[in-house]
Write a protein that binds this ligand. Structure first.
Ligand SMILES: Nc1ncnc2c1ncn2[C@@H]1O[C@H](COP(=O)(O)OP(=O)(O)OP(=O)(O)O)[C@@H](O)[C@H]1O
Ligand SMILES: [Mg+2]
Length: 235
């Protein structure tokens, strides 16, 4: 297993955000976590990347326990987290933002090659390499946020709602990039509120409800699941 969550729980004060989530994924797999607002999707990703300290359970990456490690150590192991709301540094240029993503020793050594790859994936970013990130469109900022994650040369990239707030054509461009990253063998853990989009992309999915896994299985089966159709797809 590449990543294995066992009985993970996480709280914010009295708010129990994640309550006993178990999830496993193989190297190179594309897995999605879907669910309504407040279901615990982002908290699950933050627990993996060390931004939230879990209360219980285990998180293993290539067999190593992540709980208790600082976020930068977890990133160095090869886990990139592209957070919700694409936090780019608005006053830095596209190129400077990308360079900040390459902060492990290994990634630093491969910075030039990684940047060329990111620019091949998202040609818009190459055209705007010296432009300040704050002046990019929302979709371009999303591409930059994903590109910055790739600069780490990750084995696993976690994407939190990459489609949020984007026009359909930008969603397509972002997903074409994500698809290409997946084809290069990088495992993808995708969080989406857009079930249709996420389940069409991923191999397998987990449906979170109130911090718990309500359903899991091959993405194709979930798309056909009557409960999901009724509750989430309005069919
Ligand atoms: N920093 C925080 N402080 C207090 N409560 C929080 C905090 N972050 C999240 N929560 C609560 O934890 C629960 C899970 O939040 P989380 O952000 O993981 O949900 P989500 O599934 O990502 O939702 P969304 O689709 O709206 O992004 C929610 O009830 C939320 O209000
Ligand atoms: Mg969220």
């Amino acid at each position: 297993m590449l990543l294995e969550l066992s009985n993970l729980s996480a709280s914010y004060g009295a708010v129990r955000a994640v309550q006993g989530v178990s999830l496993a994924m193989q190297a190179g797999e594309a897995v999605t976590i879907v669910g309504a607002n407040g279901a615990g999707k982002s908290t699950t990703l933050k627990s993996i990347s060390g931004l939230v300290r879990p209360q219980g359970g285990a998180i293993r990456f290539e067999g190593e326990e992540l709980v208790g490690r600082p976020a930068y150590r977890i990133a160095e192991l090869g886990i990139a987290h592209v957070p919700e709301g694409r936090r780019v540094f608005p006053d830095l240029t596209v190129r400077e933002n990308l360079n900040l993503g390459a902060y492990s020793k290994r990634a630093k050594g491969e910075r030039a090659a990684s940047m060329a790859q990111v620019f091949d994936l998202f040609p818009r970013l190459r055209e705007r390499a010296t432009q300040r990130a704050g002046t990019l469109s929302g979709g371009e900022q999303q591409m930059l946020a994903i590109g910055r994650g790739l600069m780490l040369r990750p084995k696993l990239i976690m994407l939190d709602e990459p489609s949020l707030g984007l026009a359909p054509i930008m969603v397509e461009a972002a997903y074409a990039g994500i698809e290409a990253i997946h084809r290069q063998g990088v495992a993808i853990l995708l969080v989406e509120q857009n079930l249709q989009l996420a389940l069409s992309f991923a191999d397998r999915g987990y449906v979170l409800e109130n911090g718990r896994v309500a359903l899991e299985g091959p993405a194709r089966d979930l798309l056909e699941n009557p409960t999901i159709k009724a509750s989430y797809l309005g069919m």
